[in-house]
Design a protein around this ligand. Structure first.
Ligand code: SAM
Length: 212
């Protein structure tokens, strides 16, 4: 279901210090912003925020940043983060194509990509968040040996992504075509995952690690 554009979303985001409205001003300063040296994990396309708020609550010694393009979903994520009473999350309204303007070398220690748009048309493939065009951007700010955790219900995207990762110098450390039946205990079910699972679709999952 499409969310209607909500006129109040931007003011609600702007008045909360968990939301970084001008993130390029924070490039190279994320440790200062969190006020500690804990590792920083990114979620790209965080949607309504169940994943990031759960992960942050479970891992108080990790800092989390959620990015999403849409104010109206980011506001739902913000409310979920507030309900979770965590202080280790920041949210950024951003088109991920501009991500290199926001993070500096070695600032990020893990990336999560959950149920990103599959962009099935060949001419649109390069918009996929796992496409080499994006992986090369991520490589400018992730630490050596950083892992990207990637989940999807889309088999074409999943299989193409395995190639994108390998071509960009990542090693696939873990891979399953059926995460819910796999022996993997750390899963946090996202909003989309719940929806697709209820429709009988399998969640595919991999961990790709940057080789240095
Ligand atoms: C299919 S939803 C998945 C949301 C959530 N990760 C989940 O699993 O429930 C994809 C989300 O990514 C966001 N998104 C897609 N492309 C993006 C981009 N290029 N930059 C920022 N956000 C993007 C959308 O606004 C949407 O909230």
């Amino acid at each position: 279901m499409r969310l209607r554009k909500k006129w109040w979303a931007r003011p609600e985001l702007e008045q909360n210090n968990k939301v970084i409205i001008n993130p390029s001003e924070s490039k190279g300063k994320w440790r200062e912003i969190f006020g500690n040296d804990n590792p920083i994990y990114l979620e790209l396309g965080c949607g309504k925020g169940r994943f990031i708020s759960t992960r942050a609550k479970e891992n108080p010694n990790i800092n989390f940043i959620g990015i999403d393009l849409k104010d109206e979903v980011l506001v739902c994520a913000l409310r979920k983060v507030e309900e979770s009473e965590v202080n280790n999350v920041k949210l950024i309204p951003l088109e991920i194509a501009f991500i290199t303007e926001v993070f500096d070398e070695d600032e990020i220690s893990r990336i999560y990509i959950n149920f990103c748009n599959p962009w099935p048309k060949k001419s649109h493939n390069k918009r996929r968040l796992t496409h080499n065009r994006f992986l090369e951007k991520y490589k400018t700010f992730i630490k050596p040996e950083t892992e990207i955790w990637f989940k999807t219900d889309d088999k074409d995207l999943f299989e193409a992504s395995q190639e994108y990762f390998k071509e960009s110098g990542f090693e696939i450390k873990y891979l399953t075509y059926d995460l819910h039946e796999a022996d993997f205990s750390e899963n946090v079910v996202t909003e989309y995952e719940e929806k697709f699972t209820s429709l009988g679709m399998k969640t595919m999952f991999l961990i790709a690690k940057l080789n240095v």
